[in-house]
Design a protein around this ligand. Structure first.
Ligand code: PLP
Length: 412
């Protein structure tokens, strides 16, 4: 606590100096930018009244609303995209000893979900236009144990080889999972991504398109797969009240720390107030590939209430992201960097705007705040970010690890 006080004291002294000299005291945050005062009011009311947090009526309502908005037949809400992925794995009957082809450029919780089920993730390289799986490399990875392909739509872009990947999977009788953790609301041929494969998952973690601090949704349009998804869902426990309390407090904390216009000051006050309640997305044990004890929980009603409110605003915020992308397009044109590719018939949502820059510019991103007034994001810093485990045979992914930075989709 003493260390925190000292840290905050130094930062606020610097902030005051910056204010006096006319420099900016905060930059657009890389997460929680869809949290508003209305979400804080909802979180506070659940904390105050403490009705039955385990009554799952609102969760069903959230699932219904998400399914309708997403154009999916079935939706099941969990406490993370990673858990929703585990539900997809169960629903598709993937079992110990099976292999699944996944991009060699992802978040560690993705291979973890497969490994927790005894499945071998087989990494395949990405292309550098949308950072999705390169379809031309997939067939070489198929063995007699391969049962599925997991494609992803990264940074809010629709992946370049979307249809080809699905066609290859169909040809080889493989199931398709879509990782839509970054791309909730993106569309291809007028249909939301996640509806082309057999099952898909979305994330409402704090750095995503919409947020419930932690959260994820699994969807499918197939009745048989849905039954198995429900089987996983029915055995999933609801988080205990201590966890729900923490999560609601994190809605309030994140609003003041990352969204409020005076976050440079109120964020630090919130850091002191909520220091014991802060949640982290990926624990050290998950980075090491260990399954946390509390893995696999479904969503609770208070968090679904936040989700329902976020869902009301998601189209509005996604349209702002698309407008803001024009600024980054211009910057790429001016600086002669390649823009991310928006494939024909697709509508991206630009969770972040990815650009390949010189390696030095990723090692030290301070130039971005000086030149552009934003923080540059660094997803991903390793092939299975943030874990530093080797992934062989993915040269494009290795290149993206060294050179791909991203700009925020939301600027205020
Ligand atoms: C590409 C990708 N897939 C899946 C996930 C998992 O989502 P969640 O954090 O909701 O478990 C993440 C990240 O956080 C991610 O970046």
């Amino acid at each position: 606590m003493l260390k925190l006080f000292a840290h905050i004291g130094i930062r606020q002294a610097k902030n005051i100096a910056k204010l006096i000299l006319g420099y900016p005291v905060s930059y657009p945050s890389l997460g929680s930018m869809t949290l508003d005062k209305d979400d804080v009011i909802i979180a506070r009311s659940w904390l105050k009244d403490r009705p039955d947090w385990n009554n799952n009526e609102l969760v069903s309502e959230y699932e219904k609303q998400f399914a309708l908005w997403n154009g999916s037949k079935y939706a099941f809400a969990f406490m993370g995209g990673r858990v929703a992925l585990s539900a997809c794995i169960h629903a598709l009957d993937l079992n110990s000893g099976d292999e699944v082809i996944i991009p060699g450029y992802t978040c560690v919780v993705v291979p973890n979900a497969f490994q927790f089920a005894g499945i071998k993730p087989v990494y395949s390289d990405i292309e550098l236009e949308t950072y999705g799986l390169d379809a031309s490399l997939i067939e070489d990875k198929i063995t007699q144990n391969t049962k599925a392909v997991m494609l992803h739509h990264l940074y809010g872009l629709v992946c370049r080889d979307y249809e080809q990947i699905i066609n290859i999977a169909r040809k080889h009788n493989l199931k398709v999972i879509e990782d839509c953790a970054h791309s909730t609301g993106a569309e291809y041929k007028g249909i939301k991504v996640g509806n082309y494969g057999d099952a898909a998952f979305y994330s409402s973690e704090q750095s995503k398109i919409f947020t419930t601090i932690q959260g994820g949704i699994a969807v499918t349009n197939n009745d048989v797969i849905a039954e198995k998804m429900r089987e996983y869902y029915n055995q999933a426990p609801i988080p205990d009240d201590i966890w729900i309390d923490k999560q609601l407090n994190n809605v309030i904390f994140n609003y003041y720390a990352f969204k409020h216009p005076q976050r440079w000051l109120l964020g630090d006050i919130a850091r002191l107030k909520y220091s014991r309640k802060q949640l982290i997305s990926t624990t050290h044990e998950e980075e090491c590939g260990i399954q946390p004890v509390h893995y696999g929980r479904k969503m609770s009603s208070p968090i679904a209430a936040i989700g329902i409110n976020q869902l009301k605003k998601i189209d509005h915020y996604n349209s702002i992201r698309r407008k803001n992308a024009l600024r980054w397009d211009e910057w790429c044109n001016e600086k002669k960097y390649k823009k991310p590719v928006v494939i024909d018939n697709s509508v991206p949502v630009y969770l972040r705007y990815p650009v390949m820059v010189e390696q030095q510019k990723k090692i030290n991103t301070s130039w971005a705040s000086k030149e552009l007034g934003v923080q540059a994001g660094v997803w991903f810093m390793s092939n299975i970010h943030p874990a530093d485990r080797p992934v062989n045979g993915c040269p494009n992914a290795d290149k993206a690890v060294k050179q791909c930075i991203n700009f925020p989709g939301l600027l205020k």
